[in-house]
Design a protein around this ligand. Structure first.
Ligand code: FPP
Length: 242
């Protein structure tokens, strides 16, 4: 099996999964959080080098106060527990997104986790928190504009790699495979620049039920895809060129 180098996942369906069981949405998020812990172990075992998950978008603040507060509580405990998960998997963790919107103690836990895990390099794990791709681009372009006005870079020197260097994901290769759980088929403002050539896999399985078996199935489908990046497939007819 050809293992993708970088897998991105939109963690969706905790709420519906819980509702179907007659439980509150917070129960779904709790189970989703536990599943995130075990998927890191699975990803490591499979030999995937980069994992990026979409856990909280710039739009998610619009949810009820109760749900947002519940998620913040979950992030608080997860960020602390993640020190152990990082150690176990020799995994470097990075948070992408605008973390300045979070309470100071959450920002502090993020810095502690990023600093502590910077010693590891067997798995790179990015967690998108208060992340939106358009927001990431705006923040990156503001920094680039500041460097232009400081004379550090000339507009004529700007290329694709330059812009990539100003994104939250700087230095991380683009995802090879995107998985979105729970039936929705859209990107929801996730890694728009980085996923220009990413293969997409959508499944009806809700995030709390998405385990190693489902991950392997997604990789098998990915293996069956024909990745040409605009080139002509060997032995393909002209009409199949895209
Ligand atoms: C989107 O849909 C999911 C979220 C807003 C939260 C995802 C959060 C987790 C998996 C928990 C923990 C993550 C970390 C990093 C600790 P939904 O799950 O609300 O479901 P719905 O579309 O069925 O309403």
């Amino acid at each position: 099996m050809n293992i993708p180098n970088h897998v991105a996942i939109i963690l969706d369906g905790n709420g519906r999964w819980a509702k179907a069981k007659g439980m509150p949405r917070s129960y779904g998020h709790m189970k989703g959080c536990a599943n995130l812990e075990s998927i890191c172990d699975d990803v490591k075992e499979l030999g995937i080098k980069y994992l990026t998950v979409y856990a909280f978008s710039t739009e998610n603040w619009k949810r009820s106060r109760e749900e947002v507060e519940g998620l913040m509580k979950l992030f608080r405990s997860y960020l602390k527990r993640c020190l152990k998960i990082a150690e176990r998997n020799r995994m470097r963790v990075r948070i992408i997104g605008n973390i300045s919107a979070f309470d100071q103690d959450i920002q502090d836990s993020i810095h502690v986790l990023e600093d502590y895990s910077s010693q590891y390099d067997e798995l790179y794990f990015q967690i998108a928190l208060n992340y939106g791709s358009r927001d990431e681009l705006v923040r990156g372009i503001r920094k680039l504009a500041a460097d232009i006005s400081d004379g550090k870079i000339a507009p004529s020197d700007i290329g694709e790699e330059t812009l990539e260097g100003y994104l939250d994901t700087a230095g991380v290769p683009d995802p090879d495979l995107l998985i979105r759980t729970s039936g929705e088929m859209r990107l929801s403002n996730f890694l728009l620049w980085q996923m220009a050539y990413t293969e997409m896999y959508f499944t009806d399985v809700a995030w709390p039920d998405f385990h190693k078996k489902e991950l392997v199935e997604a990789i098998e489908v990915y293996n069956g895809r024909d990745r040409r990046y605009g080139g002509i497939k060997e032995e393909a007819s002209c009409s199949r060129q895209d």
